[in-house]
Structure formats: structure tokens, C-alpha cells
Design a protein around this ligand. Structure first.
Ligand SMILES: NC(=O)c1ccc[n+]([C@@H]2O[C@H](COP(=O)([O-])OP(=O)(O)OC[C@H]3O[C@@H](n4cnc5c(N)ncnc54)[C@H](OP(=O)(O)O)[C@@H]3O)[C@@H](O)[C@H]2O)c1
Length: 298
């Protein structure tokens, strides 16, 4: 309830602020499809793009949460529809695109945001965990992009992938997650080249630690949600702030975005001193209790 009220206040604050700035109409007449819109970065992005004038299509598996968000956006004067979607299913992704077109007639921005994480070393996990991660984080983005692409090309729009710092650097205990984000980066970076002369913008976002439900939902080695996180979510970048960066980068048609100073430092260290960075990561891991490390990282 408190979160809900705070989100509403955030939206109202944005709405008031944007009323007197050009940001209120940045995405007017644009249609933005967001997967994983029921919580965290996806939910915050839906509110942000709606506050900046976009008509938003909300996709995720949790019906009630989506419908509540849809109502919230409508109550504030925005336009939104919900499409219950499991991005692991090809037919759901096709239906998502069709329902977006049916409701609004066009798609200008697709945000491939739906994702899950994990906490287990490769040695101790069941293979099902890697499959679940790849199916959701990578193939979910591939399916949605495939069906949306002709419509995005028509609008000279933007495909966005919410990757991670782990799309650019490794992280122990996250083999499937890191692999899915590297795969997403490779896929989208290639899509950019193939459509460079057709007016499509491809934006790959690499958030650092962001306050959301991701650590609570992360899979253990047996493919079950951990259900808890020992990290202090309050100290992380908020999903709302990440959403504002995403909207700005979309508006400016940027190609990539790396977030949090800690995230930028890890990427820089890994690029310039990979051997030392590997040792730091392994040292960090051995220094701490195994379980704590598993509970903490994205
Ligand atoms: N939070 C961080 O620290 C962080 C850092 C770097 C990158 N990221 C990335 O940011 C993205 C958003 O994560 P978040 O942090 O906002 O986590 P979150 O709060 O757990 O949100 C994840 C969203 O994905 C949806 N989702 C999961 N599986 C799905 C499926 N099979 N089909 C459709 N939707 C599905 C969830 O909705 P339902 O359960 O309702 O389906 C939820 O809306 C992820 O790709 C994540 O990897 C997060």
C-alpha cells in the first residue's frame, strides 16, 4: 500500500513537473510495449513513459498486478492496456504484438525487460536453471523482437534490451544469467548493424544494482525461488531513476547505457585489467560466506 502510494506520488510529481516542460509530450503519439511491466524497472518504465505522453502496453504473467498498474495509469490520464504474457511462449509474444497493434495501431518502442536471476554455481545447479534463464531473458527478447520488428521498422522506432553489467563482465554464481545477458547483447548489437540503414534504433541498457524484486525471485540450484535477499535494497539505485535514464536515452536515440558508478567501474576494470578483475571477483567471493554471496548479487 505504501509502495503503491509512493509510486502514485512519484507519477503525480512527474506529471506536475512534466506539465511545464517539454518532457510531458516527448512520447506523445508513440506506443511503447514493455515486457516485465508488473514490477521493478518494467513497472517504473511504464509509469515514466506514460508520464511523458506514451500509450503503453503492459506485459507480464501476473494479471492482477498488471491490471492495477493499468488502472493507475488511466486514473492519471494516461493510456494503457495489459496483455498477460509469458515471454517463454512464442505464441504469447505474437499475441502481445497483435494486441498492441489492435489497440493502438502501431509500435514505436519495444522494451525487452522481462527477466529472472539465479544464485548457484554451475557445479551445483540443475541444467533446468540455465534453460529457464535463457528461455526468459534471451529467447523471450528474441521472440518479442521478431514479431515487433516489421512494425518498429515502419515507425523507425527503437528496440531496447534491459541487459545488465553482467552482459559486459562475468559474475560468479550467475553462469546462466551472465550467459543470457551476453547473448542478448550479441543479438541486439547485431540487429543494430542489420538495420542501420533502415532507421531502427537499438538501445542496450546495462543497469547496476537496482532496487526491485529480482533478488527475491532469483532461482536456486533446483530452479526454485530463493524468496529473500540479504542486500539492502534501499541503498541501490531506484527503479524509477533507472526508468528516467531509459526514457531519456530512448528519446535521444542512444545506443547503450551503463548505470551506477559501481557498474561503470566494474566494466572499465574488466575491459582494461581482466586478469586482475577476475581475481578481485574470486577474492570477494572467497572472502564472504558462500550463501551470502549467492543471496546478494543480481
Ligand atoms: N534489479 C537489478 O539489480 C538489475 C540489474 C541489472 C539488470 N536487471 C534486469 O532488469 C530487468 C528487470 O528486472 P527487475 O530488476 O525490475 O526485476 P523484477 O522486479 O523481478 O521484475 C521482473 C519482471 O519480469 C517479469 N517476468 C519474469 N519472467 C517472465 C516471463 N516468463 N514472462 C513475462 N514476464 C516475466 C516479472 O513479471 P511476472 O512475474 O508478473 O511475469 C516482472 O515484471 C531484468 O531483465 C533484469 O535482469 C536488473
Amino acid at each position: 500500500m505504501i509502495n503503491r502510494t509512493m509510486n502514485q506520488l512519484q507519477w503525480i510529481r512527474n506529471g506536475r513537473f512534466y506539465q511545464f516542460s517539454e518532457e510531458a509530450t516527448r512520447f506523445q503519439n508513440k506506443v511503447v510495449v514493455i515486457t516485465g511491466a508488473s514490477s521493478g524497472i518494467g513497472r517504473a518504465s511504464a509509469l515514466e513513459f506514460a508520464a511523458q505522453g506514451a500509450r503503453v502496453v503492459l506485459a507480464a504473467r501476473r494479471r492482477n498486478t498488471l491490471l492495477e498498474l493499468e488502472r493507475q495509469i488511466r486514473d492519471m490520464g494516461g493510456e494503457a492496456i495489459s496483455v498477460i504474457t509469458d515471454v517463454k511462449r512464442i505464441s504469447d509474444c505474437e499475441r502481445l504484438v497483435n494486441e498492441a497493434l489492435e489497440a493502438f495501431g502501431q509500435i514505436d518502442v519495444l522494451i525487452n525487460n522481462a527477466g529472472i536471476s539465479m544464485r548457484a554455481t554451475f557445479e551445483e545447479l540443475e541444467l533446468e536453471v540455465i534453460k529457464e534463464l535463457m528461455d526468459t531473458n534471451f529467447f523471450g527478447a528474441v521472440y518479442c523482437t521478431k514479431f515487433a520488428l516489421p512494425h518498429l521498422l515502419k515507425q523507425k522506432g527503437t528496440v531496447i534490451g534491459i541487459s545488465s553489467i553482467t552482459g559486459l563482465a562475468p559474475l560468479p554464481g550467475r553462469s546462466g544469467y551472465v550467459a543470457s545477458k551476453h547473448a542478448m547483447d550479441g543479438f541486439l548489437n547485431t540487429l543494430r548493424l542489420e538495420n542501420m540503414d533502415k532507421g531502427l534504433n537499438v538501445l542496450v541498457v546495462h543497469p547496476g544494482f537496482t532496487s526491485s524484486e529480482i533478488r527475491e525471485k532469483a532461482l536456486d540450484g533446483h530452479c526454485l525461488p530463493h524468496g529473500e535477499s540479504s542486500l539492502d535494497e534501499e541503498r541501490m539505485m531506484s527503479s524509477e531513476r533507472v526508468a528516467r535514464y531509459i526514457a531519456r536515452a530512448t528519446y535521444r536515440r542512444e545506443r547503450d547505457l551503463v548505470l551506477t558508478s559501481q557498474g561503470k567501474m566494474v566494466v572499465w576494470l574488466h575491459k582494461n585489467f581482466p586478469g586482475i578483475t577476475d581475481r578481485i571477483l574470486v577474492y570477494q567471493m572467497s572472502k564472504e560466506n558462500q550463501l551470502t554471496i549467492h543471496q546478494n548479487a543480481v
